[in-house]
Design a protein around this ligand. Sequence first.
Ligand SMILES: *[C@@H]1O[C@H](CO)[C@@H](O)[C@H](O)[C@H]1NC(C)=O
Ligand SMILES: *[C@@H]1O[C@H](CO)[C@@H](O)[C@H](O)[C@H]1NC(C)=O
Ligand SMILES: *[C@@H]1O[C@H](CO)[C@@H](O)[C@H](O)[C@H]1NC(C)=O
Length: 403
Amino acid sequence: MAFPSAPSALWSVSLLTVLFAAAVHTTVVYDDDPLQPVTSDETVSVGGTVTLTCRVAESDNSSLQWSNTAQQTLYFGEKRALRDNRIQLHRSTSTELSITIGDVQLSDEGEYTCSIFTMPVRTARATVTVLGVPGKPQISGFESPVPEGGKVTLTCTSTGSKPPARLRWYREDQELEGRPDIVEGVVDDPTYNVSKELTLEVSRSDDNALITCAVDHPSLAPGDKRSEQTLRVLYSPNVLIVPESNLPREGEKFHLQCLGNGNPEPANYMWEKKDGELPPLAKPDGAFLRFDMLNKSDNGVYLCHADNGIGNSQGEYTLLVQDPTAMSTSSGVDHAVIGGVVAVIVFILLCLLIVLGRYLIRHKGTYLTHEAKGSDDAPDADTAIINAEGGHSGAEDKKEYFI
Ligand SMILES: *[C@@H]1O[C@H](CO)[C@@H](O)[C@H](O)[C@H]1NC(C)=O
Ligand SMILES: *[C@@H]1O[C@H](CO)[C@@H](O)[C@H](O)[C@H]1NC(C)=O
Ligand SMILES: *[C@@H]1O[C@H](CO)[C@@H](O)[C@H](O)[C@H]1NC(C)=O
């Protein structure tokens, strides 16, 4: 299934923002004060790992320090200050202090501070944004098959996203317009539950159609999380009668089959002959009407009625019993076609034989008479043959080929 790629416009915008911010920081800060620490804002998904990096352009050997959103010191140089195994030293040099925070939680979001203990103390802040990863979407609203023409309202729900996820509906590969997303949040939970409804008026072509709900979120690759629901639609039969053969001949065994083409398949079929009784040798057998021995008196229009509880429908078949010796008109056509094809093939073969024969005779004669002449000074065998044959006879041979 194809999912649209992550909104690239958004990507470029955020990239630009990052570059712009970095540029502003870098130029302003490094130009003014080589001791000013520089940090960058980070975005991380719940459960992920984020690296916080703090750098100075030059060092006077003063220690760098990272502290958390509650102003607790995490690392002072390479010395751990807070007992939290999720927080580790990544790199400590005179000009850089980097730390990692693993298994990030929503509560880790906020402003972190890097300080360098020069006189006066210089600081830089880094904002960590934590994304709430949406749960696998759940589709509800489809419990049992729906009659054709009826409406189905499906609801797709995904919990725990931050920022709120976007939901999309698809039928096979085609995106469908659903109602706008409903975003629910509560005061002391930074994540959102998102739901989106889709109402479909179903037709028989929707039977077995695959409906998909997919989640769009910056913490996910497109198509990462989705759920599927197969629609089942009940529809009335559309009866078609199929004969055992296209050439019912007198005296033969024969049957008609009634195809219900409904959902569910009709359980009961009723056979009838228009303007009369079913012939005594015609026996209804469910979807079949069996003739033990065809007789011209069986000619007529046969009807099959089928009802599957959703609706009913009837089909017609006109039986025309042929003589026992009859050749099928359709197979007569086949014979004519086969005969024509065979005739054409024979004709082409004959032409080829004649052309080949004449060419061989001519070629052999030329070869015998002019064997040595002209081929002596030829650079290769091909040229030798052309030389030996001479331009005139070569052209004649060619002409004969196209007869
Ligand atoms: C920093 O410390 C190193 C030795 O630890 C010393 O060689 C260097 O001169 C110091 N730099 C400054 C700017 O104080
Ligand atoms: C989201 O749904 C979950 C499970 O149904 C529920 O526990 C939670 O309170 C909901 N959160 C919000 C913000 O509505
Ligand atoms: C067809 O039926 C008629 C009478 O209904 C009977 O006389 C005749 O012999 C039958 N023909 C065949 C080929 O069975």
